[in-house]
Design a protein around this ligand. Sequence first.
Ligand code: ACO
Length: 325
Amino acid sequence: MKHIGIIGVGEYLPEKRLTNADLEKTIDTSDEWITTRTGIKERRLAAKAEAVSDLGYKAALEAIKSAKLKPQDIELIITATITPDMSFPSTACFIQSNLGAKQAVAFDISAACSGFIYGLVLAQQFLARGVYKNALVIGAEKLSAVTDWNDRNTCVLFGDGAGAAVLAPVSSGGILSSYLGSDGSYTDLLMLPGGGSRNPASSHTIEKRMHYMKMQGNELFKLAVNLMSHAAEVAIERAGLKPQDISLLVPHQANTRIIMAVAKKLHFPADKIFINIQKYGNMSSASAATALCEAVKEGRVKKGDIILLDAFGAGLTWGACVIKW
Ligand code: ACO
């Protein structure tokens, strides 16, 4: 089996910032509550005319450039998103068209906040067997489109953005191990109930605000800490390593308190954790992707470093991935 590594990263964050102070003007909340409970100070909002494929396309372009490839070289495009442009065609096909990546196979996956890690692991399988020479994995979300801006329990948490990575065979290192998990008995904890085949869009679904995400935050919080810790432990063990061998934890950015609780369980010191939630909030599949991109851009990931990606999300889904850079 070939070693498969990440040879390029990219991101795109919409320009418009929505601060906690802005939210104080529209709902019953405070900067103090949001900051202490979540770590979030502001989030980005895509423009009305910007769809998820537009965000993903820009992140993809940067990743392809940093991999020193051309869009025409890309053979596989996997887009992880829970806010696709449309139910179909896939967002990956829209991105493929924008890129002019004519020879690529393109499809979407739905694993919520774990989507980027699911995508990396899926791409690795194709590349390790030599089916494709390279793969573009994108995590992109326009969560503002499915956020109920009257619901203070959720609207303070989410934001829009996209991150991307290009994978290809490398001479050594790369993805050392991974672990994915799912548990469909928790589907009710976080969902978008309206608009699908269960509850097709109608005046009733609109009236009941079923086209917005519904979340049970408290239950998710506890599960997130346990599942992310478990995923990290299994992935580290599968790589034949110990937690102290990890140079940097790059987690899904749902809540600083979740990240710190996971880090405490794994005995990771604060300087080995990458956090950018203060700038962007929770961007679901785009969170781990942009965190990885920014960690690289900021020089927090150097050649030879061993990084741990770790996420959980709706489904429930969870997963971790150990990568030698
Ligand atoms: N501003 C002010 N007060 C608020 C706000 C707000 N924005 N939101 C809730 N409150 C209030 C509640 O009404 C409650 O008041 P009460 O005690 O009078 O009833 C109080 O604050 C405490 O609420 P809790 O829900 O207990 O607060 P908690 O400390 O659990 O924090 C939070 C809530 C931030 C949602 C937390 O539970 C969390 O982060 N959970 C995980 C959520 C998550 O990660 N979801 C995404 C999954 S990833 C994916 O797939 C997209």
